[in-house]
Design a protein around this ligand. Structure first.
Ligand code: NAD
Length: 275
């Protein structure tokens, strides 16, 4: 496929566009992920809490695509933070996926009030050293969480996966990432398919390029350097969301997108997620 790669801070190549499977039931995940693989996606983003690692893994291992051409991400759920519990939870995730390694393992939320993410990450460093995750990183970390993590552990996270879309552009966090070589991965890149896709600016840019609102939003992410993992269970949209590598937004379009930033979260503030 035509999906470009970005190079993580450990030299590993990660597809800049992948497929997210939050809210896909386990018994539908194999079919949906298979549709995505057939459309050309090679990166899949799941998590223990999504309850669909088994279905996701079934599609991956049954695809006939060489393992080294696939990039599988999963995440450690909050209740399993801590050194020993992380090692156990990772084993359980690998077992459900039916894989002997994942490409990327993420701490799902920092839970800053708990103060357990440093111990958790030390288990991640062991998993990395054992070759059972090719890269390790975090999700929903704020600059202060990253500062603490980098100060108290040895491996700078390869990725921070955070809520990011044109209405929440996360510029300050992205500056911190750039300074430390952390890749920015955008969750809910389409704003969960809600009013973002009807915003007049988005609709106008889409019309100008004869594309859909979702396609120009994804194009914006790619051109500002984000990794994206749009989700859909609809085959035509799964295809549409990867057909974004044969056109480009121009400087006027990008400026119009910049103006959409209003610091609007769809999900919780990471400071408030502590269990
Ligand atoms: P998204 O922004 O990808 O939006 C998905 C929704 O948008 C779909 O359910 C559908 O309603 C709509 N949609 C998709 N394609 C469309 C198209 N072409 N045209 C019109 N509407 C379309 O939202 P998301 O699922 O929340 O985020 C993507 C992925 O990010 C998730 O599946 C998951 O893997 C990840 N994620 C991670 C976290 C985290 O805490 N780390 C949180 C949320 C999501």
């Amino acid at each position: 496929s035509k999906v470009p790669f970005i190079t993580l801070n450990n030299g590993v190549a990660m597809p800049q566009l992948g497929f997210g499977v939050w809210q896909v039931p386990d018994d539908e995940a194999a079919q949906t992920v298979t549709t995505a693989l057939e459309a050309g996606y090679r990166s899949i983003d799941t998590a223990a809490i999504y309850g669909n690692e088994a279905g996701t893994g079934k599609a991956v291992t049954g695809s006939g695509i060489a393992r080294e051409e696939l990039f599988v991400t999963t995440k450690l759920w909050n209740s399993e933070q801590g050194y020993d519990s992380t090692l156990r939870a990772f084993d359980a995730s690998l077992g459900k996926l039916g894989l002997d390694y994942v490409d990327l393992y993420l701490i799902h939320w920092p839970m800053p009030a708990e103060g357990t993410f440093v111990d958790t990450y030390k288990a991640f460093e062991k998993i990395l050293a054992d070759g059972r995750a090719k890269s390790i990183g975090v999700s929903n970390f704020r600059t202060e969480d990253l500062e603490r993590l980098i100060g108290e552990t040895s491996v700078v996270p390869a990725v921070n996966q955070v809520e990011l879309h044109p209405q929440l552009q996360q510029s300050e966090l992205k500056e911190f990432h750039a300074k430390h070589g952390i890749a920015t991965e955008a969750w809910s890149p389409l704003g969960q398919g809600k009013d973002l896709l009807q915003a007049p600016t988005v609709v106008a840019v889409a019309r100008k390029h004869d594309r859909t609102p979702a396609q120009v939003v994804l194009r914006w992410h790619l051109q500002v350097g984000n990794v994206v993992i749009p989700k859909s269970v609809t085959p035509s949209r799964i295809q549409e969301n990867i057909d974004v590598f044969d056109f480009e937004l121009d400087a006027d379009d990008l400026a119009a997108f910049t103006a959409l930033d209003e610091g609007r979260r769809l999900g919780p503030d990471p400071a408030d997620v502590n269990s």
